[in-house]
Write a new protein. Structure first.
Lengths: 355, 355
DNA sequence: GTGAAAGCGCTAACAA
DNA sequence: TTGTTAGCGCTTTCAC
């Protein structure tokens, strides 16, 4: 009689190509061609067959397993050892498991050129991809439309949906905090040039944005988003004459703290340090780091939820203005004040720093 | 004429069920039954057919994709936010990519009960699994034989192959270092009860093993392998009267450092602290942590290599004695001396600690 | 238990 | 461009 996979699958009666053909009013051969070689059939016929197939829920027996059958999800991060991404990965993993999805992870080693390959590899395997802090140019991102959906984290694009945090507002909060402590000159130890977050945070430094009158901000340059990057920035910081510094992220802030200690600069006595992200270790270091807390778990959760359901309810602030054509969720951040920031001193730290 | 997937696949001529039947000397129908419903055919016939199918490399067209076709690998870790596992995950990822494998990651949230589920889920999806520091009982591990191979990291078992580090020797090195600095009483801030590493490290504390005559070791108890665990252990440490402490891992050591600072105990002046793992942050904290360096990247690499090729060449020390029936690679560790360990003082720290 | 034959779903060759 | 027809690989029915 019937054949193993033909008459039924999972107890339900399967629809034949014959059924589709009958509903579309064509022969089985035409239906076959319409679905397999669309260019070999007239547009009208093709539309008829496709509509019929969709109506009946027809699936080709030899086709790849349907997306819903072995649900999985890809996660691409620049550096798994960076606690920022480790926390996001954990959150994504947790949420994905709750939804019954497996998570494939790729580490791009902080290399923009290495991003393309794992993404391409993943697209064949997963039903959706979460792309964290991609460094690749926007044009390359545009290539990712079609196929399994790609959702951006920590970057906005005109071509893909995204979940981002309110970087500018985070900077504003940090500056307001430092200003209230009496600081009038704040340095910024920036991140990589290709980093979207960094350019956003620089935007927050603009007087037009933060609106604090008597505050001077000095970018120190671009540094790797790591401990070493912070170490490298510290001496420039001391030479800048600023009384406080905002770091691109917590790792950079850790490097700053280390080098400032080595240089004999007291924190927060002589210089205040503020980080960004609120990585777990931020409360472990000494002095504990004042930092802009990013809701890492919510970020990961929201990414998964939005990937699965574009209309998912995500706690987010209203995206200000229609800057992009693709929808993006904006998550609020909040400053966490700890020991590394304090009242400004009259004397600049460079005067007291020991060689 | 031929059919899409029948006459050839990837340019090679596919073998039919007919071919198998012919070689086995049976009809196509019998061959079909022998492979699909083995109980409906005699044992001899079945054996014939199976042998023929194997000889010709026959694969059922509608069967699941062969394991070799979309190579992937599962990685199970207790906590992705723990930098120890983050580093291993990164190393595994790097090696896997070089071999063209995708990596599926599962985080068991430090919960022994949560381990079983992701493992079961993964077995259906991947070609091999790397299981890091599993907490599950040995009996449960035994259930994992058969199916995609499971390789243990950081734990030895009679049932599965493994890659482990020389925990005891690490402890011995740390104790020898402290003894040379004049310490005669060393405390141990232990890890979780179910942790294999912890029990191994406790083994290294035994005088019979380390062979240092005038050295007393005091286990302080079992603590979570986290920063908080270290904080909790610190007060017990001070009360113990020991002049040095070996922590289960670096995170615990960080917690110890933090709490000792809060209690006003100088490190290494009054108390020396030694960690285990040499996590990246170990060189960032202040004072920088003396610790037993575990070759995390090599550990991850070796795990992948051994999974792919049981005979892979891995730099390892000779496993001492035939303790287990299953082969396991033993990776050497080496002490890294930094600022957190120094000469012992005559006065015990409890005398000077401020309330 | 086994083989011959009929049946399934699908695609490719062929003629119109 | 379309339907008819033939053919593929596999399974199951049916008789023995």
């Amino acid at each position: 009689m019937g054949r193993e996979n033909a008459p039924s699958r999972n107890g339900l009666t399967m629809v034949n190509l014959r059924d589709v053909a009958r509903l579309a009013g064509v022969s089985a051969a035409t239906a076959s061609r319409a679905l397999a070689q669309p260019q070999m059939v007239s547009a009208t016929r093709r539309a008829d067959v496709e509509r019929a197939a969709a109506a009946l829920g027809y699936r080709h027996p030899n086709a790849a397993p349907e997306p819903g059958s072995w649900r999985s999800l890809g996660l691409v991060v620049p550096d798994m050892e960076n606690p920022f991404f480790a926390s996001i990965a954990k959150a994504v993993q947790r949420r994905a498991r709750a939804a019954g999805l497996a998570v494939l992870v790729a580490d791009t080693e902080d290399d923009a050129l290495l991003e393309a390959e794992p993404i391409a590899q993943m697209r064949a395997l997963v039903d959706g991809i979460i792309l964290c802090s991609p460094r690749m140019p926007d044009a390359a991102l545009a290539e990712l439309v079609g196929g399994p959906e790609v959702l951006l984290v920590n970057r906005r694009s005109d071509h893909l949906r995204s979940v981002v945090i309110d970087n500018r507002d985070g900077v504003r909060q940090a500056l307001a905090h430092l200003h209230a402590l009496g600081h009038r000159h704040v340095a910024y130890a920036g991140g990589p040039r290709a980093s979207w977050s960094d350019s956003e945070r620089r935007g927050g430094l603009e007087p037009d944005y933060h609106g604090i009158g008597d505050l001077r901000t000095t970018p120190l340059g671009h540094f790797p988003p790591t401990f070493s990057g912070g170490v490298a920035a510290a001496d420039l910081l001391i030479a800048s004459g600023a009384t406080a510094v905002l770091a691109h992220n917590d790792l950079v802030a850790f490097g700053l703290l280390e080098r400032l200690r080595a240089r004999g600069v007291d924190v927060p006595g002589e210089l205040s340090v503020v980080g960004f992200d609120d990585v777990p270790a931020a409360s472990f270091v000494n002095p504990a780091l004042t930092t802009v807390a990013v809701p890492l778990d919510r970020l990961g959760r929201a990414a998964v939820d939005l990937l699965l359901d574009p209309d998912a309810l995500v706690e987010s602030v209203e995206p200000q203005g229609a800057e992009t054509t693709t929808p993006s969720r904006l998550l609020p951040v909040s400053l966490v004040v700890r020991g590394s920031s304090g009242p400004a001193r009259a004397v600049a730290p460079s005067a007291t720093a020991r060689a």
